[in-house]
Design a protein. Structure first.
Length: 392
């Protein structure tokens, strides 16, 4: 380790290894080692920290278990629950975190999500360390005061799409939003595996977390109700998180040629063997189990992976997805949450192999032009250098 190089701490607070954690790890890997020293941090020993440990020094801030599991129920049971939580756990944690940041001479913090601001925003301010907040999804309504409060702890924001920046302007106000720039996510290029596709069946693919906001139920309903489709099969790659949603989707898919593949780490192979990728993210819906639900898709890495693989993408015309897929060029848009419209788009594209080939090639070209990992890393490295008063 070289103490002369500014140390940048990449911090992510979620326990799993999904989209935002992968992006943080890729940014850490792309940091120029001759200019900066990469560090990784998390409130406890997360999967992100375990992966980063192979490449950089790490900081486990040892968040107390009470703060990991706290979900707000204490406030309903105990009027002074929040005060007790603050003085018993949160304030001491912040003090320890500030000492740890100073001791290890961290020069800048990359906050991979809003929760990072809650955990490290105050300690960073006490230690005089700038924080770059990566805003990777739209803001949920109902607690704008909390978003504004946490945003004050960041010195700069990076939105994954113009849609997210516009949403930040509505929630945080134009003054803070003026500190946000847009850097689209990027992924590395691959030599895609060659797979033989069956000639007598079209393979459709859905990949991602099997949660209501990703809209798998809309896709299954569209396939069930749309008449005159060519012979098809649907591959569903991902894990269900909620039993009620799994039961609902499996019931809807009963009798259809739908294969639930579970979690897969071979998405490039699945994409190469598929004809169309569908990304049916919703904006709002009502589920009896949870009531009305709203979602804002800030970006979508799966759509990007489909374009990299050279297959057409049918996607919801929603928020950041509209900046990834080019309608009628690299794929088709449908009205979010509308299975009838989705079915019509599927029928048209499934019936036209020439159009599928053209759209796939255009998607590959668009990926290489705008969404490579190298482009994203370069933009972030330039921003880090600006905040630290140096160059790359």
């Amino acid at each position: 380790m070289n103490a002369d190089k500014p140390r940048i701490l990449f911090h992510n607070s979620y326990p799993g290894m999904q989209g935002s954690q992968k992006i943080a790890l890729q940014l850490l890997e792309g940091l120029p080692s001759d200019k900066f020293e990469a560090w990784a941090g998390a409130p406890f020993d997360t999967e992100f920290l375990q992966n980063a440990r192979q490449q950089a020094p790490t900081l486990d801030f040892q968040l107390p278990t009470a703060l990991r599991s706290y979900q707000g129920g204490m406030l309903r049971k105990h009027p002074f629950g929040l005060l007790w939580l603050f003085f018993r756990y949160l304030a001491p944690f912040w003090r320890r975190a500030a000492r740890l940041l100073r001791k290890n001479r961290i020069a800048l913090i990359y906050a991979g999500n809003e929760r990072c601001l809650f955990f490290l925003g105050i300690p960073a301010r006490w230690a005089g360390i700038p924080v770059v907040w990566h805003i990777q999804s739209g803001f949920r309504r109902g607690r704008p005061w909390l978003h504004r409060l946490l945003a004050r702890l960041a010195t700069h924001g990076v939105a994954v799409s113009e849609a997210v920046r516009e949403d930040a302007k509505q929630v945080l106000g134009e003054r803070w939003a003026s500190r946000i720039e847009v850097v689209h996510n990027g992924i590395g290029d691959l030599d895609m595996p060659v797979c033989n596709k069956p000639e007598n069946v079209l393979t459709l693919l859905f990949a991602g977390s099997l949660i209501p906001e990703k809209g798998l139920h809309v896709l299954v309903e569209a396939l069930r109700n749309t008449q005159g489709l060519p012979v098809w099969q649907l591959w569903v790659a991902g894990r269900f998180r909620e039993a009620w949603y799994e039961n609902r989707v499996r019931s809807m898919a009963d009798g259809l040629p739908v294969q639930f593949l579970g979690f897969r780490d071979d998405l490039p192979q699945l994409l190469s063997a598929s004809d169309i990728l569908i990304v049916p993210s919703i904006e709002k819906a009502f589920f009896p189990k949870i009531g009305e639900f709203r979602w804002k898709e800030g970006f979508n890495l799966v759509a990007l992976e489909g374009m990299r693989a050279g297959i057409p993408v049918i996607a919801s015309a929603t928020y950041g997805l509209k900046e990834v897929v080019a309608d009628r060029e690299t794929g088709l848009f449908f009205t979010p949450g509308n299975p009838t419209d989705l079915g019509e788009k599927l029928a048209g594209l499934m019936a036209d192999p020439v159009l599928r080939t053209e759209m796939g090639a255009a998607g590959r070209k668009r990926f290489l032009q705008y969404f490579t990992l190298a482009k994203m890393q370069e933009r972030f490295n330039t921003l880090f250098a600006q905040k630290l008063g140096t160059t790359v």
